[in-house]
Design a binder for this molecule. Structure first.
Ligand code: GCW
Length: 670
């Protein structure tokens, strides 16, 4: 049957090569599992399904190996795990004289080990003498769904929501379990089920049992359920006159609501809050600040084991201000004021999930507050489901950025994992790109972004191209040469997208509201900071947003080392140039070209590179499922068409300011 993408990277197709298959068969004659828990059962079942598929033999599950050899033994061993420093989630896989042992401190660690073993076999790595252990660097690895109760998904491009609220709790779609398996296979251990622009409905007595039903399916896979909360819920649902966090009745309402939630979902993960942002209500409506709000919820959680994830995505509509600085202005004064259950969730960049942003200046600047990193997997600003953009390089660029908070090497990754400021709690969130489309993500390549997010949240030191190869190997083809070609191609996609849409540090010049296609000419909108001219500042002299001391001085939010890196228009990496400088059209850049020529060159070479993507994809055609290959090929056609649209729209628009011809090599022959 044609590959419809439903099985994601968990395909478990038969290993056709008899030699290697026999080797695996010898060490996978049975699975023994010492325990009855739903999680260990899930681990054994996954291994059984996976190995039977891969090896074409039946693999019985036993409750005791009873001295047998040549099997896989799942065992929880807290003492050994602690001795090996595995923590609560880390696993170890090793061969003893008889069997292959998968072990960890808790059931879920063993589950992660089972998935790792399957990945090992699927990617054809040898099992003899195996000894691997792996410990996640981040404690809370979450997907954030921007899903609404009516089934729509804000910024979702893969169909409607997978959560069928009207059918729940009685009807439990089998898809929820496959969702859980996919997440657990890459170590994701939490899911915020609903949109941060939150409906209060999720907190009602009608909806909580629905949430509990979903939680029941995810629980065996080690995934805890969280909810986004509507700040004014005490008014809307509780009939109170206020939602002031310092009001005792409001506090009491949240306490009672929290207790109610934990009565039916005992392992509820906690709350995600978007407050006083883009029109959402919040504590500032009552003259309070973010910490008052977050701490009130933390107090309501009391002794329950849950978290408050308070988002730092805030900005004011000030035509003279710089949105870049807004979150810092509101949050820096609050460092040290948050209770221990609170994490502040910060987007990778200071504006909004652009194709390239400098790292958010809050990273490294709030040492007394654990900061979560939020990245967007759904491609709101990156071409929806028709542009192939593999996001691991974008995520890594942020994680690898040095904040210099505690001297050199204080990368965003080390701020987020807690090592720079010695926090024991840490988190990373990916805004999901998942919908009810048969293949989950609309664009088949979007699956790689879900996969890569999980892998990087587990271990931010992983290499993005290696992750791409690992994904492609499990998902698209077993042919090593094709895997390499696909990994190379994926690795380039993000920088190609940047070149034909927003090269040299341009940002937020896309279609109004929809955030699709070019609209650099947008001059008026409901808010000044939603126009394009606010960001690109094109004039007869030059282009770019001056954020140096001569301009908004947003650069001063960074440590001096970072200011040195980006503060000088002559030495800044061209990729970041227009984020920080207003540069004359005729100024020569480090590339040897003038700004205008470089801008045109990037737009043109970016659009040309989509042709290269098409050729690379065509080359792997013999190795990839025909239906899937045709699907991606068709999307690449759209991508090329739209790359030309972006290129021509932007070059022609900026030319009205630059008043220069296209540089000679790009000009059409006369
Ligand atoms: O990127 C913007 C989106 C909004 C989104 C908001 C946010 C959920 O355009 O749709 O709202 O960010 O992150 O809160």
């Amino acid at each position: 049957a044609a590959d419809d993408g439903y099985r994601l990277w968990l395909k478990y197709d038969l290993i056709r090569d008899a030699g290697p298959r026999r080797q695996y068969q010898q060490v996978a004659q049975f699975i023994s599992v010492g325990g009855q828990s739903a999680t260990l059962k899930a681990a054994a079942e996954e291994l059984q399904t996976g190995l039977q598929g891969l090896l074409g033999q039946s693999v019985p599950v036993l409750s005791d190996a009873k001295g047998r050899k040549g099997g896989i033994v799942l065992q929880v061993d807290a003492a050994a795990a602690d001795k090996a420093g595995l923590g609560p989630d880390g696993y170890r896989i090793y061969a003893d004289k008889q069997n292959l042992i998968i072990t960890g401190r808790r059931d879920v660690a063993v589950l992660y080990g089972a998935f790792a073993l399957l990945r090992h076999v699927t990617t054809r790595q040898p099992l003899s003498g195996l000894s691997i252990s792996s410990v996640p660097k981040i404690r809370h690895r979450l997907l954030n769904h921007w899903d609404n109760p009516n089934g729509t998904v804000e910024r979702g491009y893969a169909g409607s929501s997978i959560w069928k609220w009207y059918e729940l709790p009685e009807v439990v779609d089998p898809r929820y379990r496959d969702y859980a398996r996919a997440n657990a296979s890459v170590g994701i251990n939490g899911a915020v089920l609903n949109n941060v622009n939150a409906s209060p409905r999720l907190l009602t007595a009608e909806y909580l049992p629905k949430v509990a039903a979903v939680a029941g399916v995810l629980r065996p896979y080690g995934i805890r359920v969280y909810l986004s909360v509507f700040w004014a819920a005490p008014k809307v649902l509780g009939g109170l006159p206020t939602a002031d966090p310092l009001d005792p009745q409001v506090q009491q309402w949240w306490k009672a609501k929290t207790d109610e939630i934990y009565r039916i979902i005992p392992d509820f993960g906690g709350f995600l809050v978007k407050a006083n942002s883009e029109g959402e209500p919040g504590p500032q409506d009552y003259g309070r600040h973010h910490a008052d709000g977050a701490n009130m919820l933390a107090t309501a959680l009391g002794t329950h084991d849950g978290l408050v994830m308070w988002r730092a995505f805030v900005y004011k509509a000030d035509p003279k201000g710089d949105r870049f600085k807004a979150a810092s202005e509101e949050f820096l004064p609050l460092d040290g004021k948050f209770q221990p259950k609170v994490l502040v969730q910060v987007k990778n960049g200071p504006i909004d999930f652009q194709a390239r942003e400098p790292f958010h200046p809050l990273f490294g600047a709030m040492p007394r507050t654990p900061l979560m990193l939020e990245v967007q997997l759904t491609q709101e600003y990156l071409g929806f489901a028709t542009h192939a953009v593999y996001l691991a390089p974008l995520i890594k660029e942020c994680l690898d950025s040095d904040t210099y908070a505690q001297g050199k090497g204080s990368t965003v990754a080390r701020v987020v994992d807690g090592s720079v400021d010695k926090h024991s709690v840490s988190g990373m969130a990916g805004v999901a790109n998942i919908g009810a489309d048969r293949n989950w993500t609309g664009h088949p390549i979007g699956q790689a972004n879900w996969y890569a997010f999980g892998r990087l949240a587990w271990d931010h030191a992983l290499d993005s191209k290696a992750i791409a190869a690992e994904w492609a190997r499990q998902t698209l083809t077993t042919d090593p040469a094709a895997v390499q070609t696909i990994a190379d191609l994926l690795q380039q996609t993000r920088s190609i997208y940047v070149r034909y849409t927003t090269p040299l540090g341009l940002h937020h010049i896309m279609g109004e509201g929809i955030h699709y296609g070019p609209q650099p000419w947008l001059e008026r909108s409901a808010r000044p900071d939603w126009t394009a001219i606010y960001y690109h500042r094109a004039d007869s002299v030059g282009l770019g947003f001056d954020r140096t001391a001569k301009g908004s001085n947003a650069l001063a939010l960074y440590k001096p080392e970072v200011q040195n890196l980006w503060g000088n228009a002559q030495t800044i990496a061209p990729d970041y140039l227009l984020w920080f400088h207003h540069v004359p059209w005729r100024q020569r850049l480090s590339t040897g070209r003038t700004l205008w020529d470089e801008l045109c060159t990037r737009y043109y070479s970016g659009a040309d590179s989509v042709r290269w993507l098409q050729r690379q994809w065509a080359a792997v055609q013999p190795s990839v499922d025909p239906a899937l290959h045709a699907d991606v090929a068709a999307r690449l056609q759209t991508q090329h068409k739209e790359a030309l649209w972006w290129r021509d729209a932007c070059v022609l628009y900026f030319q009205t300011y630059a008043r220069r011809p296209l540089p000679a090599p790009l000009a059409p022959p006369t």
